[in-house]
Design a protein around this ligand. Structure first.
Ligand SMILES: [Zn+2]
Length: 143
């Protein structure tokens, strides 16, 4: 059995050690900004969930008997494929929102998961679920 390293950090001592707090923990956001983004995440989660609930009926298989002609059936299938694609986007974003809320609980929210830099508040305000800073995100997208 390996003994735990002596330098192991005890999270319970965080408050007694304010110097380390900014370096090791949390983001560069103020408490008010954190609270604002927490509310944004909650609102976003509710909105996305509602969107999924509202489009649920439309995502069921096309009922062929209800359609009169070939064209309207094609239209319906086309519309449905768009709806399903949108639902995928929506449920992916909902997933990101829930992950962001978990990061918030872990005190990791607002920190780029790629480079560990703080994510700027305006970016989080626009995308509260953002897990990467704008720099890493654009790198990831052009790769
Ligand atoms: Zn980054």
């Amino acid at each position: 059995m390996l003994r735990p390293p002596v330098t192991e950090r005890n999270p319970g001592t965080r408050k007694d050690n304010p110097v380390a707090t900014n370096m090791q923990h949390g983001n560069s956001l103020s408490t008010a900004q954190n609270e604002e983004l927490r509310a944004d995440l909650d609102a976003l989660e509710t909105a996305l969930q509602q969107l999924l609930d509202n489009t649920e009926a439309g995502s069921k298989p096309v009922n062929l008997k209800d359609n009169v002609g070939r064209l309207s059936r094609m239209d319906e299938m086309h519309n449905q494929s768009i709806l399903l694609a949108n639902r995928n986007v929506t449920s992916n974003r909902l997933q990101q929102v829930r992950l962001a809320k978990l990061r918030m609980q872990e005190d990791l929210y607002g920190i780029c998961e790629s480079c560990d830099e703080s994510i700027a508040f305006p970016r989080l305000k626009a995308y509260p679920e953002a897990a990467m800073c704008i720099k890493c995100k654009s790198l990831a997208e052009t790769d």
